[in-house]
Write a new protein. Structure first.
Length: 275
């Protein structure tokens, strides 16, 4: 029997609990019974990783309920890599099906429409909070920017007479953009800060959120439609800075380009493609 056969059998056992595949690799029943420690360790490691990667989601759901869901998630989406760093990519989408399944098991026939609406809103917020949690961990783990566009470098370019709008730039690797309701974002911030106070937003938004890493700490804020358009334009391959700002102005003719550019520099949001 080859090592590959053993690994395959052990993998089947960890994921399913079926001991039959391991029987030929064990000398007696006592050896088989001892395998439980490995399966328990496997689940504990996976669930603990999900708790670490989705802390605000766990706080909202409660530890016991979250861990129950997390164990079901491990059954459905076991780790595919040799590390649990970043494990849980499919959890936000999994949450909806899991909660719906539990709701069907405990339907209250006397539940009022108002209570039903509150539950729906709570579930939507929970999924958004899970997305925010995962975006936060991805931003934290992302690689460093290779050539951050700084105020100092821009000053040098201006002294040289360079046209800033022609600079080829893109978002740095830590920036994450997603859609989430303002209410969910406010609740996520409240959970992170252990605050029950109302979270005030700077401007009117349509639920665009940006997360990025600055000096080792992940930042998060709501974006206006024009700001989101600018960030989307700078996402991926390098693009002329002027073109990105033009895209933002098309959706909001009053968009303050200079303020946005200053914010990008201060928060180290973009990197430059140097020739």
């Amino acid at each position: 029997m080859s090592t590959d056969q053993y690994i395959d059998a052990f993998t089947v056992y960890l994921r399913s609990g079926d001991l039959s595949a391991m029987a030929r690799f064990c000398e007696n029943s006592s050896h088989i019974s001892r395998l439980a420690v490995y399966r328990n360790g496997f689940y504990k490691g996976c669930v603990d990783a999900l708790v670490a990667n989705f802390p605000m989601c766990e706080k909202k759901m409660g530890s016991e309920y979250f861990r129950t869901m997390a164990r079901c998630y491990v059954d459905r989406f076991p780790p595919e890599q040799g590390t649990l760093v970043g494990y849980g990519r499919n959890l936000p989408d999994f949450i909806t099906d899991f909660i719906k399944g539990h709701e069907l098991e405990s339907t209250d026939t006397f539940e009022t429409p108002a209570n039903q609406q509150d539950k729906i809103k709570s579930y939507i917020n929970l999924v958004d909070i899970a997305h925010l949690d995962y975006a936060w961990i991805l931003s934290l783990m992302s690689g460093d920017s290779s050539e951050t566009l700084t105020i100092g470098y821009v000053s040098q370019l201006m002294e040289q007479g360079s046209e800033l709008t022609e600079l080829n730039v893109k978002l740095n690797p830590s920036v994450r953009l997603l859609r989430a309701s303002e209410e969910a974002f406010a609740e996520w911030i409240s959970l992170r800060t252990n605050s029950n106070s109302e979270v005030r937003t700077e401007s009117s938004t349509l639920g665009f959120v940006m997360l990025w890493r600055l000096h080792g700490a992940v930042q998060a804020r709501l974006l206006s439609v024009a700001e989101a358009t600018l960030m989307q334009a700078l996402k991926g391959k390098s693009r002329a800075l002027g073109e990105a700002f033009d895209a933002a102005i098309k959706v909001d003719e009053n968009f303050e380009v200079s303020d946005a550019f200053t914010a990008c520099l201060q928060n180290e949001l973009v990197e430059i493609e140097k020739i």
